[in-house]
Design a protein around this ligand. Structure first.
Ligand code: SAM
Ligand code: FES
Length: 346
């Protein structure tokens, strides 16, 4: 295995078969060697600084019905909310005062905000905070909509591909959603000049080493600036309620692999990894992650944005979340950096 890890370190990629073999045959000792290399690569580029992004979950209404997701349209037990433009601006103001210079606006695919409404929100944030990056994570939209948001001042876009295997994609999503469209959206975003983030859940139902190898191959081809992965976690009101959660161990291993594949990428230690294990985010950083996304949403709505059961950080104010993360990261020798933290490739 160490041979494949060395190859990945030197060549930044492997064949599909090699990725699958690396995943299938991995052992604890291999993970140790992988993380040491991933940390070395990450430290060389980013030192011991970690970027922070303020996450604003502004609506949990969704027109989609992804089978794994707690806020999917068909979940009648989900208590819905949406924030107004003023509420969102208030979250940004709180975040700015706390040192955040990137705002990530995430929601379900909520048709109540027209493209024009969303563009107006972006314009208002851009005007009020010219020194900040604006990231959108609002799902699949038309090329024209993406263009409009970009021209309004959005810089980055997060859209996980979820799985790069079309049959697997069809088992996780209802008819009408397709991997082809998801990929098209990602290529449109890149074409328009966004810094693009993609990613997938680790341990989603029906996932195999082979589908994961396809994920890694697709990511290499797309060459995104950001990659977010986290364990799949079941939600009680979905058809996958009784499925096993994705493992911390495999998630960390794949973070290490991604760091070697994309040395300059922004890779978050996600909330899901912190939910599956109390020290999951610290371990993710030690496996090569370099971004943290504390929550800036009003505490009153936090518990309603439940993609999966037992989500952490739903009761704390933004300042508490940031301070908690700062302490956690200092405990492993890292510090939070202020600044937009743009991607800089070589
Ligand atoms: N609507 C936007 C979209 O679809 O890109 C953004 C919100 S969506 C809830 C954000 C991500 O949450 C998804 O891309 C998915 O990977 C993740 N997610 C949803 N349900 C999950 C679950 N049960 N466990 C872990 N992650 C989940
Ligand atoms: Fe729309 Fe999850 S199904 S955000």
């Amino acid at each position: 295995m160490n041979g494949l890890i060395d190859k990945l370190y030197h060549e930044n990629t492997l064949s599909g078969g090699e990725f699958a073999a690396l995943i299938k045959n991995r052992k604890q000792a291999d993970a140790g060697a992988l993380f040491a290399k991933a940390r070395e690569v990450s430290k060389r580029r980013f030192g011991n600084g970690l970027y922070i992004r303020g996450l604003i979950e502004f609506s949990n209404y969704c027109g989609n019905d992804c089978h794994y997701c707690g806020i999917r349209r068909g979940n009648r037990h989900c208590e819905r909310y949406r924030l107004s433009a003023d509420d969102i601006l208030q979250c940004c103001a709180n975040g700015y005062a706390l040192g955040f210079r990137t705002f990530v606006l995430q929601s379900g695919e909520d048709g109540a905000y027209s493209d024009g409404d969303l563009a107006d929100i972006v314009v208002r944030i851009r005007k009020a905070y010219p020194d900040c990056a604006i990231t959108l994570s609002i799902g699949e939209k038309s090329y024209e909509a993406y263009q409009r948001f970009f021209e309004s001042g959005a810089d980055r876009y997060l859209l996980r591909h979820e799985t790069a295997n079309a049959e697997h994609y069809a088992k996780l999503h209802p008819a009408g959603m397709s991997l082809a469209n998801r990929k098209q959206c990602l290529y449109h975003l890149k074409q328009l000049g966004y810094q693009v983030g993609t990613g997938f859940m680790v341990g989603s139902p029906y996932q195999t080493a082979e589908t994961l190898a396809e994920d890694l191959t697709f990511i290499k081809e797309l060459d995104p600036q950001m990659v977010g992965i986290g364990p799949f976690l079941p939600h009680k009101d979905t058809r996958f309620a009784e499925e096993k959660a994705g493992s911390l161990e495999l998630t960390l291993f794949l973070i290490g692999v991604l760091r070697l594949m994309l040395p300059n990428a922004l890779i978050p230690a996600t909330t899901a990894v912190g939910t599956v294990d109390a020290r999951g985010r610290e371990q993710a950083v030690l496996a090569g992650a370099n971004v943290l996304m504390p929550n800036l949403s009003p505490v009153a709505v936090r518990k309603k944005y439940l993609l999966y059961d037992n989500k952490i950080c739903t009761g704390e104010e933004a300042a508490e979340c940031r301070d908690c993360l700062r302490r956690r990261m200092e405990s492993i020798g890292y510090r939070l950096t202020v600044g937009r933290g743009d991607y800089s490739g070589e």
